[in-house]
Design a protein around this ligand. Structure first.
Ligand SMILES: [Zn+2]
Ligand SMILES: [Zn+2]
Length: 329
């Protein structure tokens, strides 16, 4: 099913023509739970990976033991909670059976699980160029893959350590049949397998990124007209490719390419939620979504990044093959 962002409440460039040249296209990915294959763009789906290529692993999370939850337990917990919240329940009756509670508690409290060597990273996203045609990419590459180590890393600003791969899909003639898995993960860093429904939208810079004089005029206009530039008119919400950076709790600070020192631009944003309470960015097709207590309709990937933040990936504007940088906002 296609996903369609509702029209913006006003055409902001009619009020501020100087914003028009700053417009950028973003591709909202609209992840929804499904069963993607390695031939599909996905969040949390299998990657098209050459059998002979080393799978990324994290030396900081190595054996003999990891503290967390097994991948199987994480998916079992989600299934248990989904079913439990959906079934009728008499007042005073426990939500979970005793057996179910054991699994849920094991995930929520974490346990020590034997890990042999460095923990393999987990697939987070895979984007075929056909789904994000405007995304700058190295010559000939048509597939972007993102993996991460599903634990907080202090030197990553308490976010996962990430790895990116660009490749030519046609060159993967002997694909890996089954990816290695870490013995344990942090539950909220294991994405639920989602298929994508890419949709192009137009974005304008977050207010923090506008020249001070323009930002002030926008602020006065917001007050007079009861508009919300930042949350309704500038940067879209949810997982997306390209577009503008969703600066939120901090003022923009310069990010630069670690290889050449050049300008970096937004490549991919992974979000905790696809839309917030105002529903301005909720696709029209999801207007009748059920309002389930678990999982929430606006959290299809079940990722939780910081305090409901976004993890942004930036790539070198001149040389897309250069190393990426990340920023949590
Ligand atoms: Zn790690
Ligand atoms: Zn560079």
């Amino acid at each position: 099913m296609v996903r369609t962002t509702p029209p913006r409440p006003v055409d902001v460039t009619a009020h501020f023509p100087e914003l028009a040249p700053l417009a950028r296209t973003a591709v909202r990915l609209h992840p929804r739970p499904g069963a993607p294959t390695a031939a599909d763009s996905s969040i949390g789906g299998p990657l098209l990976w050459p059998a002979g290529e080393e799978w990324p692993a994290c030396a900081e999370h190595a054996g003999p033991e990891l503290h967390g939850a097994s991948v199987a337990d994480v998916f079992a917990r989600r299934r248990i909670l989904t079913e439990a919240w959906a079934r009728p329940r008499a007042e005073g009756v426990n939500l979970l059976t005793a057996d179910e509670k054991v699994v849920v508690d094991r995930v929520d409290h974490g346990t020590g699980i034997a890990q042999d060597g460095p923990a393999p990273m987990v697939p987070v996203a895979q984007l075929y160029a056909r789904d994000v045609p405007g995304l700058p990419r190295p010559d000939g590459a048509d597939l972007l893959q993102v993996l991460w180590c599903p634990f907080d890393h202090e030197d990553e600003g308490c976010a996962p350590r990430t790895a990116l791969r660009w490749r030519k899909a046609a060159e993967v003639t002997d694909p890996l049949a089954e990816a290695p898995q870490p013995a344990a993960v942090e539950e909220h860093y294991l994405p639920q397998p989602c298929v994508l429904h890419p949709e192009e939208v137009t974005e304008y810079p977050a207010p923090h990124c506008l020249p001070a004089e323009l930002r002030e005029r926008v602020r006065r206009w917001e007050e007079q007209e009861d508009q919300h530039y930042q949350y309704a008119l500038s940067v879209s919400s949810g997982c997306k490719a390209g577009g503008h950076g969703p600066w939120s709790f901090s003022d923009p600070f310069p990010l630069s390419c670690p290889d050449c020192g050049g300008v970096v631009t937004p490549l991919l944003t992974l979000a905790t939620s696809e839309w917030d309470g105002t529903t301005s960015w909720r696709p029209v097709e999801d207007a009748d979504a059920g309002g389930a207590l678990f999982p929430h309709d606006n959290e299809p990937t079940m990722l939780s990044i910081g305090r409901s933040y976004n993890l942004q990936f930036y790539a070198c504007a001149d040389f897309p093959a250069h190393r990426h940088v990340t920023n949590m906002q």
